[in-house]
Design a protein around this ligand. Structure first.
Ligand code: AMO
Length: 434
């Protein structure tokens, strides 16, 4: 390997994670930040971290700039040689010939990325970039990365990935919870979901999926609601709701297996033991849930929505993944189909994890006049859906699909109880910065 010109460039020859004991004697150039620094006599011991790991650097105090005066979290570049170590925590160490300070971290820092001093979630989110040097935080985002890869590779086998618009002219999920914005003299909205577009795409592509951010002007202050969230959506022609439930179930099992196999270190950093679920997931009906609630003294009638308190009771009886099916039509959006034997019951489902709703989906209506009737029934104006309804006259196949909240799934995968922990820069009613 050609030895880089240390004083001219700021590149490095290796990531810390690339180094091995078998490389003892090799000259390398590392770049990273100072996690810890101890001066012992004329020697300075630096724990250098980069995104791939950490290693010990041993330097004479006069190696390059005055190392012992450098602050923790400052960015340095180290030119040195790999050698044997007597340190218990490391297999080898780097004897530095030269340490170059690239950027000094100004102290006091607003959060301690080592986690010795604990900060509350708001303080950490206000300083997210520095929080990302905390191994717990970076582990969450490593797991998120693997989950996204796993989801994409699972779906891409049979589905085509699409990207639908986020600036739209009419609501995708009905009128409530829409963010509006001024758009060159007209009103535009931020998409709540890809619902209408993904349905339309089944006409030509048959099976599609999307992983994107969507927007809900929801004034909810819970650990599971954001105004900007990431949704994984599928829509498939010639499938009914039971078929897409199977797709969801197998995708969830695959993601858990992949995380369990590929993320042992991040999971250990989070002290989280992941239980890989197996298919088939339990299925209970909305009526079963009402009966369970009745036994607990909650008298709900068919058509009543299940509030958070109700789902917490049902979730206690079903702590893992389970499908909740057969919802009343009155609780479902205009595009959901009713059952042939009982038009008051929908061909739809939610995927629950205990009390937490992870996904909802169903068989869609594919007949324009029925959709028009449902829109009117729900107090929506069919005129505003004219472009969408027109498509249904061009030969729309029967189709089904679901949307799944990735951020909510991430809380289960990482053992956290707040979606703000698993989103880089969460947006909620209070949080618009940074
Ligand atoms: P729904 O509105 O139930 O269905 O949303 C689907 C899933 O998205 C997640 N989710 C949210 N996550 C965080 N913050 C929010 N504010 C938020 N809102 C929703 C949840 C939820 O289960 N178009 C349909 C899906 C379909 O039928 O294909 C839809 O959007 O995990």
């Amino acid at each position: 390997m050609k030895y880089p010109a240390i004083l001219v460039e700021f590149t490095k020859s290796h990531d810390v994670g690339d180094l091995k004991k078998s490389m003892i004697g090799e000259q390398i150039v590392l770049g990273g930040w100072i996690e810890d620094l101890r001066k012992m006599g004329k020697m300075v011991f630096v724990t250098l971290r980069d995104a791939s790991g950490r290693c010990q650097i041993i330097a004479k105090d006069q190696a390059g700039e005055d190392v012992s005066k450098m602050t923790r979290q400052s960015v340095i570049r180290v030119q040195g040689t790999i050698q044997e170590t007597r340190a218990r925590d490391f297999d080898f160490e780097i004897k530095a010939n030269h340490i170059q300070l690239l950027t000094a971290a100004i102290h006091p820092l607003p959060v301690d990325p080592i986690g010795r001093v604990q900060s509350n979630i708001d303080t950490r989110l206000n300083h997210r970039a520095l929080d990302m040097r905390n191994q717990r935080t970076s582990s969450i985002f490593h797991i998120r990365h693997v989950a996204l890869q796993s989801i994409r590779s699972h779906l891409a086998d049979r589905f085509t990935e699409i990207t639908t618009p986020k600036i739209i002219g009419s609501a995708s999920e009905g009128g409530a919870n829409l963010f509006s914005l001024e758009y060159f003299g007209r009103t535009a909205y931020l998409a709540q979901s890809p619902q209408l577009y993904k349905e339309q795409m089944t006409m030509g592509l048959e099976r599609v999926f999307e992983v994107s951010n969507f927007y809900r002007a929801e004034n909810s202050h819970t650990g599971r609601h954001l105004t900007e969230f990431t949704s994984v959506d599928i829509e498939a022609a010639f499938m009914d709701y039971t078929d897409v439930m199977t797709t969801l179930e197998s995708m969830i099992c695959r993601v858990f297996k992949d995380i369990s196999d590929l993320c042992t270190v991040p999971l250990a950093n989070l002290a989280h033991e992941l239980a890989v679920p197996s298919a088939p997931f339990e299925v209970i009906t909305y009526q079963d849930a009402l009966d369970e609630l009745q036994e607990e003294g909650h008298d709900l009638s068919f058509g009543d929505d299940l509030q958070d308190a109700h789902l917490r009771i049902v979730g206690k009886n079903h702590p893992g993944f389970y499908f909740l099916t057969d919802w009343p039509m009155s609780l479902k959006p205009f595009y959901i189909m009713g059952r042939d034997d009982n038009p008051d019951i929908s061909k739809s489902f939610d995927l629950q994890y205990g009390y937490l709703e992870l996904s909802s989906g169903g068989t869609r209506l594919h007949d324009a006049s029925t959709i028009r009737g449902r829109l009117i029934q729900q107090g929506l104006n069919p005129e505003q859906f004219a472009d969408h309804l027109e498509v249904f006259g061009w030969g729309m196949p029967p189709h089904s699909g679901w949307g799944m909240g990735l951020d909510r799934l991430m809380t289960i995968l990482t053992g956290t109880d707040n979606v703000r922990e698993v989103v880089l820069y969460p947006r909620d009613t209070d949080r618009l910065l940074p």
